[in-house]
Design a protein around this ligand. Structure first.
Ligand SMILES: [Zn+2]
Length: 261
């Protein structure tokens, strides 16, 4: 299995990151995609990915909730890092209308600039969408090309949102712990999303799946998400593993062989 979204460099893992990775590997996770949120996360992220170069793959980007007064400098930083060619994706990027609406104009600008960077460097994008599908679709409708691919990370949209995403033909949905929440409608939406359009993710340390909700999330919980998707789709967990891993590998251009069992 592949955890396509884990902030394992976060302070919440500083005491036991090696253990967290070991536990995840033991649970069947093979690769980790590690997204940045801003220039402050760069160093801890690169340190982690440097320690695990064969299994941890960094992404670089400016997260919508990190778009502040210095956003032009932050975008320059992203651009400069992309020139070094060591990133597996541009992310996470997107629009967040839940935490911050007052800077929406800058968020739109930062998102669009980073979409273009991703296209230029032939990298997939990791999109953060929170109460912002309309905003994001408006921009994608204008700038999307077949060369722009990526994932709607921590997808919690409606069936209509998924159908709209499907129209672009180049995006996957990242399904995480929310699918296990009892008060979420996501399982009904996941039921209609073909497995070929799904990648697994934790968003660790956030969005911990049931029954660990409230505690720190970690990549070792990926099998809980895979099992829930298998249950919804009446498939085996192996099938969910096989297809979602293949999707992630192709999207993020992860190396072969990815499976040592
Ligand atoms: Zn994230």
């Amino acid at each position: 299995m592949i955890d396509t979204h884990a902030h394992l460099y976060s302070e919440q893992f500083s005491a036991d990151c090696d253990d967290v990775i070991r536990k995840a590997l033991e649970s069947g996770v093979e690769y980790f995609v590690i997204p940045a949120t801003d220039s402050e996360t760069y160093e801890p992220m690169m340190k982690l990915c440097g320690a695990y170069p064969k299994i941890c793959f960094p992404a670089i980007g400016l997260h919508p909730t990190s778009v502040g007064d210095n956003y032009a400098d932050e975008l320059k930083f992203v651009e400069k890092q992309l020139e070094t060619n060591q990133f597996t994706a541009v992310g996470e990027i997107g629009i967040d209308c839940y935490w911050s609406l007052d800077n929406i104009v800058r968020q739109r600008e930062a998102f669009e600039i980073q979409l273009k960077l991703a296209e230029h460097y032939h990298l997939p994008v990791i999109i953060h969408a929170r109460e912002s599908f309309r905003e994001i679709f408006n921009i994608l409708d204008r700038v999307h090309t077949d060369g722009l691919k990526g994932v709607f990370h921590s997808f919690t949209g409606t069936k209509e949102d998924y159908l709209k995403i499907k129209e672009y033909k180049t995006f996957k949905t990242g399904i995480g712990g929310v699918v296990t929440f009892k008060n979420s409608n996501l399982s009904q939406v996941v039921e209609m999303i073909p497995l070929t359009d799904i990648v697994l993710e934790t968003d660790a340390p956030y969005l911990t799946p049931h029954p660990y909700r409230g505690k720190r999330n970690e990549s070792a919980y990926i099998p809980i998400i895979a099992r829930k998707i298998a249950e919804i789709k009446k498939l085996s967990i192996d099938e969910v593993d096989r297809i979602t891993s293949e999707n992630a590998k192709t999207l993020f251009n992860l190396p072969e062989p990815y499976s040592i069992r």
